[in-house]
Design a protein around this ligand. Sequence first.
Ligand code: NAD
Length: 494
Amino acid sequence: MHHVQQLINGQFVDSDTSEWIDITDPATQEVIAKVPQTTDDEINQAVIAAQTAFQTWRKTPITTRARIFLKYQALIREHMDELAEILTAEQGKTIADARGDVFRGLEVVEHAAGIANLQIGDFVENVASGVDTYSIWQPLGVCAGITPFNFPAMIPLWMFPMAIATGNTFILKPSEQDPMVTMRLVELAIEAGVPEGVLNVVHGGKATVDAICDHPDIKAVSFVGSTAVGKHVYERASQSGKRAQCMMGAKNHGVILPDANKEQTLNQLAGAAFGAAGQRCMALSVVVLVGTAGEWIDDIKAKAEKLVVSAGKHDKDLGPLISPAAKARVEHLIGAGVEEGASLILDGRGITVEGFEKGNFVGPTIFDNVTTDMQIYQQEIFGPVLCVMRAADLDEAIEILNANPHGNGTAIFTQSGAAAHKFQQDVQVGQVGINLPIPVPLPMFSFSGSRASKLGDLGPYGKQAVQFYTQTKTVTARWFDDEASRGVNTTISI
Ligand code: NAD
């Protein structure tokens, strides 16, 4: 049995723990590896290694740091097939989607390779006669990242490349449900030249997360995961004086106007609602059909019925959910939807996939006539379940969206520029797609979920990540000839 290792001070090491967590193939329940609950002592060793490495890494030329990421992006490309295969085996998503998971992370690595263009401070000459002021963006020290199961390649790559490129050292805590592709990416980072102690990996669940939040020598924590845990991390990390950013749960609405390109819209909706078995924080899990678009309900169902559920490695449309517990939760919520009076027009419960009878499969599921008081509307289902609602006009649709506490993503489908512009302006959601269902920004921007989907002002990757992982130091300098230095000035002016 493969035992996942930790990375401490440049060495891949076994844990001394007695507590191991099974990693299972979600299509078969086969235990494919075990991951340790890292001990407190090992977490301390990782932080000491990161703190020691910071002393030299922060002074390493920015171009040297950047070049590591040039090499790293090439290595990730070279190992794309292998990474996707590892990811699918432990996470369950299709191979094509696993490649997308790696690719969206790779884009951040490419961006990190341009760090010298991003970490540029400001300079004002002659703020007073012969006095210049400049600000420099310095790294914080040891930073940490805690990641979820649903994007085990992309989300770790949102974090450590930008943190390290800006001169910090890093402690990564991958999801204990699928840490193997993350570890392979970490091995490639070491191969690319990340020096010892600059990147460290510890494992486990709540105990490790709490130890990271409490550790006095960790300066900042990046978290991506569920809302309940994100709130806990934000509060606990803030209490111990850390900078924290937490990207959390969602309930993303698509709005379809009757003038939308029907075929394209329905295809995009089906992909965004059911792709990755609905386990994306940007999945469209609610659709608001406006006016006569309400008549498209049968067409939506027809699209969903055509999707093929199978083991991820067969590369069909949807793979299994991550765990039996996730499947039980999704099925329970579908049951609650029926009890609360929503119309279940497509039921994905109870499906079996030949050859994978033990897999955590749920097929595409659609509820019509969903109302805002139902559990299926109020909770993030995180499964292939689409809730359909109706609105008389765009104003009513926007009202529904803005009354929902979440603000991760949304999309409008229309041919009307005026309607799209109104939507973009009035909707209180951080990431808006126009005829584009999953508007996750590329790294020249930042991930910008809002309201209940986010705690902390600054998002991951892009310019905001450079700000998050650095602190501004402002220097005011006067250089003078000796004879110019005359007299004592007791006023506040320069
Ligand atoms: P999760 O909150 O269960 O786990 C996230 C991390 O927190 C993991 O590393 C886990 O080990 C740790 N953790 C779990 N329980 C904990 C506890 N009680 N105390 C401390 N730490 C704990 O999330 P998940 O199920 O892995 O991921 C799915 C969730 O992540 C969904 O809610 C999804 O919307 C969200 N997500 C959000 C974004 C975003 O950018 N907003 C992106 C991806 C996923």
